[in-house]
Ligand binder design. Sequence first.
Ligand SMILES: C[S@@+](CC[C@H](N)C(=O)[O-])C[C@H]1O[C@@H](n2cnc3c(N)ncnc32)[C@H](O)[C@@H]1O
Length: 251
Amino acid sequence: MGAAGVDYDGEISKQYEQGRSLSPAAVSTWREAVGDLIPDTGLIADVGAGTGRFARQFDLLAPGRVLAIEPSSGMRGSAQRSHPGQVIWMGGSAERMPLADSSVQLVWTAFTAHYFDLAAAASEFARVLAPGGQVLVWHAFPDIFDGLEWFRWFPTARALADQQGVPSAQLVQRTFEDVGMIFEGRTEHHMRIADDMAVLADRLAHRSISTLSLISDEDFEQGLTNLRAHAAESDGGDPVYAVNVMLRFRA
Ligand SMILES: C[S@@+](CC[C@H](N)C(=O)[O-])C[C@H]1O[C@@H](n2cnc3c(N)ncnc32)[C@H](O)[C@@H]1O
């Protein structure tokens, strides 16, 4: 069993790509967020890279310079089967990265901070970063949970997320500052996650959001039924967005 009860070596690794792939609109929002922050030279480490949906985007901007570090062999295997390419995959974790001191220019980590021993991860990021290097922490922090559409339909998933202890953005900031990193700012990004509510239901049906993989099958089916009924009755074809937060730090 993997992090916080989620078995990333199991079914979720097979469903992740379909349930959580980035739409072209989301890619474009992400590029606006990070485009100016890509270093001209040096390595980029995507920590907790999952099946590589962000690592592959980094690779398009910085070809051949992207290391994807991921503890789950299931997620790594799924990534390498579906998208063989030049991203370099490595087993490892935020707390133990298979990288030399001062070897990386940018650390990126998305939707992972709740799995970390945060203080150990902060120290490890500080160790591998070259002087002046950056860390980008991308997450749905608790202060934006109310803006996540799927929690409306799966209240037990929301309750679980509240209990799971996703660290606050402030706690991440303090922990990273404690190892000497400089906080450079917080930005919010509205990622288009579905073309409409029916498409959202189709994506959520893959159960590739960790809290949806942990609630009971009954709660999951009920939420999906309610969401599909709502989509059938009132879907105006409006796209669905999710707010993501990015915290920027410099070594
Ligand atoms: C919600 S997924 C996010 C994957 C990817 N970053 C993305 O946004 O698609 C969380 C990932 O964190 C990984 N993970 C769990 N514990 C970790 C740790 N201590 N260090 C690094 N990654 C970890 C899991 O195996 C999983 O692939």
